[in-house]
Design a protein around this ligand. Structure first.
Ligand SMILES: [Zn+2]
Length: 168
């Protein structure tokens, strides 16, 4: 597990401490830049980060190059799989019940889509109850989008060939 800010390696103990107190995966140096979480937000963030780690670990076991808490220039993505152009956001129940939050989520999805990233939003109780099964569906999704990427690359290569032939 690495620091979401500087990619420095963290021990399991450091990781647990950081998740508990900062709601993020940060090394000791980077923790100084962030204030510790206020109690009100602490429990919720701690729980959601724990759940994200569960899914993340399943995806790593399945052989995907997943990144936890990846910074996209605007905010941290819960789990990103950059080589598949897929972002995963794990939502608490407040995401669907709070109108303002729902609108923010939609804007974020649009922002990612403009960069050709697909965002999967997964409610956290689903992962909490069955992380491995959820990861199984995410896997199918990732494989399907990988196939699509491959097809696109092949199509581009074919176009390239056509261009080459025309030049001759
Ligand atoms: Zn760091």
């Amino acid at each position: 597990m690495v620091c979401s800010n500087c990619n420095k390696h963290l021990s399991k103990k450091e990781l647990n401490y950081s998740v508990k107190n900062y709601g993020k995966i940060l090394c000791r140096e980077c923790q100084k830049q962030y204030g510790p979480l206020k109690n009100k937000h602490k429990l919720r963030k701690e729980k959601s980060t724990e759940i994200a780690i569960k899914l993340y670990e399943s995806l790593i076991k399945m052989g995907f190059n997943a990144k936890l808490e990846k910074w996209d220039g605007h905010k941290h993505i819960d789990i990103a799989i950059p080589d598949k152009k897929v972002n995963i956001e794990i939502d608490g129940l407040h995401h669907s019940y709070n109108k303002k939050q729902a609108l923010t989520d939609l804007k974020r999805t649009f922002y990612s889509w403009k960069k050709r990233y697909v965002t999967l939003r997964i409610p956290n109780p689903l992962i909490k109850e069955n992380a491995y099964e959820t990861a199984g569906y995410v896997k199918k999704f990732l494989e399907a989008s990988a196939e699509k990427l491959e097809e696109e690359l092949k199509a581009e290569a074919r176009k390239g060939e056509i261009k080459l032939r025309r030049k001759k």
